[in-house]
Write a protein that binds this ligand. Structure first.
Ligand code: TYD
Length: 191
């Protein structure tokens, strides 16, 4: 089973991904992973996000997507094939929401990602940009309120499972657990 957590910067997705991982691992084989990854492509992306190198948004989209296809081949698909649950922070919804906010065409971004495996569960942790931006700490290039507002709007156009992120950490996690538990029960197995 492939579970993806999405949301704008500062929405609390890393905290929730860790809680979900720790809860699932009591009963299942599970890996916790994220995009951008720790690969060479991922490290290059981090340099761009820090603002030390600047590239065209099209180039950045291609890098995020390249990082994703390598992630799928080397980590996600092998884990799923060995019946593990994969919890992944960010996936192609991020490329579409963020790089559209940089002015790129949705269709082109969707097309780039069309060979990427569809997740079984895609959660959107819904926190308003005004609140989320106060929680961001890294100073990366996308962490501004104006930009987050655009990304937030783009996320609302996807068909994602919306989790009310305005609750406290425990409340958000309870909602996520309910979605995941139902899916595991209804699928009869974890893969
Ligand atoms: P993020 O998960 O927020 O990392 P961290 O919290 O460790 O800084 O991801 C880094 C940034 O990259 C974030 O602003 C979202 C952005 N991003 C894209 O613009 N496109 C993508 O395809 C992905 C995966 C992330």
């Amino acid at each position: 089973m492939f579970i993806v957590l999405e949301g704008i910067d500062g929405c609390g997705k890393s905290t929730q991904a860790k809680l979900l991982y720790n809860w699932l691992k009591k009963k299942h084989d599970v890996i916790l992973t994220k995009e951008p990854t720790e690969s060479k492509i991922g490290k290059f992306i981090r340099e761009i996000l820090s603002g030390s190198i600047s590239v065209d948004p099209k180039t950045l989209s291609l890098l995020f997507t390249a990082d994703r296809y390598e992630h799928l081949e080397n980590e996600v698909i092998p884990a799923l094939n060995s019946k593990k649950i994969v919890v992944c922070e960010r996936y192609y919804f991020s490329t579409i929401a963020y790089q559209m906010a940089q002015g790129l065409e949705r269709e082109w971004l969707v097309n780039l990602n069309k060979f990427a495996l569809k997740p079984d569960i895609a959660l959107f942790i819904d926190v308003l940009p005004e609140i989320a931006v106060k929680r961001t700490v890294t100073g990366e290039i996308f962490e501004t309120c104006e930009f987050s507002k655009k990304i937030y709007k783009n996320y609302l156009n996807f068909n994602l499972i919306r989790i009310n992120g305005k609750q406290d950490v425990k409340g958000v996690f309870e909602d996520i657990k309910e979605v995941v538990e139902n899916k595991i029960q209804n699928s009869g197995s974890v893969n």
